[in-house]
Design a protein around this ligand. Structure first.
Ligand code: IMJ
Length: 262
């Protein structure tokens, strides 16, 4: 029988959270929701620039929440990060991947102009990193677990200016399916949340972002995009027993926008 509703569905679980930059980060919303649901968290931070931010946010859960540096473009840093995680715990249950990067020039103008280097960097940081994290996390998940990655509709359809990030997110979503196949026998599930546009650091300075939010308010069935709290709640669902038979999926949390043809 399914486990009945539980106000702490993730109690006893340990989660590794990649991608908090500041309080507006989707990673932070999901981390908060996982913590509220009873999970213990371990954070990465990307470079000294973001350490203070993540330290302050993690500190709201108590003084002893671990955080370690990890730039996901470096296998050495990922190995060092998981070595630190092993000093805290032998087993983990949950991983959040909320990391993406493309050079700013690649996110304006046409896709045709994408350089080899912009293509390489965006795929390395935004897609391959999920594989790299799963390689280290899976051996620490003897009881099974849930890996959640963030995606966006630009993976499936053309969104002007999203360009090479759309191609990288398509790779992330396909990687999610292949990882789900490889890790399914170990009861490790791998899914993507495809979020509607939300005002985060990753969206700041993107030309026409306000117009995009307005477009969702006019065209999405629910007449809006999504809130970060709602992304947190979906993160809890995918991490919980309620999603025990869901793997390899892309779950749209976008006010229903994705179903529209016009
Ligand atoms: C980003 C660019 C263009 C259009 C966009 C976005 N739309 C949305 C985003 C329509 C919703 C935000 N998004 C979903 C992303 O995945 C953003 C990734 C990103 C953002 C930046 C900005 C700063 C930079 N590099 C980046 N790399 C990836 O230098």
């Amino acid at each position: 029988m399914l486990t009945p509703m539980n106000d702490k569905p993730l109690s006893g679980k340990t989660a590794v959270v990649f991608g908090v930059a500041n309080k507006r980060s989707i990673a932070w919303a999901i981390a908060k929701a996982w913590s509220d649901a009873g999970a213990k968290l371990i954070f990465n931070y990307q470079g000294d620039r973001l350490k203070d931010n993540v330290e302050q946010l993690a500190g709201t859960f108590g003084d002893d929440v671990p955080l370690y540096p990890c730039d996901v473009s470096s296998d050495e840093q990922i190995d060092a990060f998981f070595a630190k995680v092993k000093e805290h715990t032998d087993t983990i249950d949950l991983v959040l991947h909320s990391v993406a990067f493309a050079p700013k020039e690649a996110l304006e103008g046409d896709f045709l102009s994408t350089t080899r280097e912009a293509f390489r960097v965006s795929h390395d940081i935004s897609a391959y990193s999920l594989v790299a994290l799963a390689q280290r996390a899976a051996p620490m998940m003897p009881n099974g677990g849930s890996i959640v990655a963030m995606s966006y509709y630009g993976a499936a359809k053309v969104v002007p200016n999203y360009n090479v990030m759309g191609v990288a997110k398509a790779s992330l979503e396909a990687s999610t399916r292949y990882l789900a196949y490889d890790l399914g026998p170990k009861k490790i599930r791998v899914n993507c949340i495809s979020a509607g546009p939300v005002q985060t650091l990753a969206a700041r300075g993107i030309a026409g972002f306000g117009t995009m939010i307005k477009h969702y308010e006019e065209h999405a069935p629910l007449k809006r995009s999504c809130s970060t709290d709602e992304l947190g709640a979906t993160g809890v669902f995918l991490a919980s027993e309620g999603a025990a038979s869901i793997t390899g999926q892309v779950l749209y949390v976008d006010g229903g926008y994705q179903i529209m043809g016009m």
